[in-house]
Design a protein around this ligand. Sequence first.
Ligand SMILES: Cc1cc2nc3c(=O)[nH]c(=O)nc-3n(C[C@H](O)[C@H](O)[C@H](O)COP(=O)(O)O)c2cc1C
Length: 187
Amino acid sequence: MNEVLKVIAERYTCRDYKDQMPRDEMLDAIAQAAIEAPSGMNRQAWRVIIVQDQQLIEDLAAEGMAYMQSLEDKSMYNRIIERGGKLFYGAPCMIVVPIDPKQYGPALIDCGILCQNIVLAATSLGLASTMCGLTGTAFASGKRSQEFAKRLGFPEGYAFGCSVLLGYANSKKLPHVPDKDKIIYIK
Ligand SMILES: Cc1cc2nc3c(=O)[nH]c(=O)nc-3n(C[C@H](O)[C@H](O)[C@H](O)COP(=O)(O)O)c2cc1C
């Protein structure tokens, strides 16, 4: 296996972080890998916002947890409680990727591709990562979405797309077991 294939196979979703912040040069390299992602028609309808402000990360988590707790279906909330009650698992750094909702469908695909570049770059540098869609729960009720969009510096009209948590693993786990039955060859 070459290095790229090894990194793809190694990547896993971390749910237990140390509080140690990754070095600036690592975050710079990851941000560079992010903006090297392809996008449909090269639209690049995204931003890469690297959040190291612990208060902001805590505020997003508090609003997200409050929103999930307020839902009739508490399965998402209970899942986080079962995992220790921390929406972001103690990760010291979060990369938020807002997108232009005017082209929501394709922009969301572009956003996913960019986030995959982030997690693979992070893995290659020895960092742990979590693709974290649940950061979106902080925007879901609408109560604080404008405040968060402002604090995160979203461009006018942009909306949350996805986020990635980054840091060092406190405990490691294996990635999911790939199901080879999902692969179909037609010759
Ligand atoms: C778009 C997307 C959003 C995700 N959001 C979350 C999330 O909010 N919280 C979380 O713990 N994991 C999240 N995950 C991680 C998945 O649960 C994980 O990739 C899956 O269980 C497979 O495990 P693995 O990544 O360790 O192979 C997300 C993954 C993707 C692709």
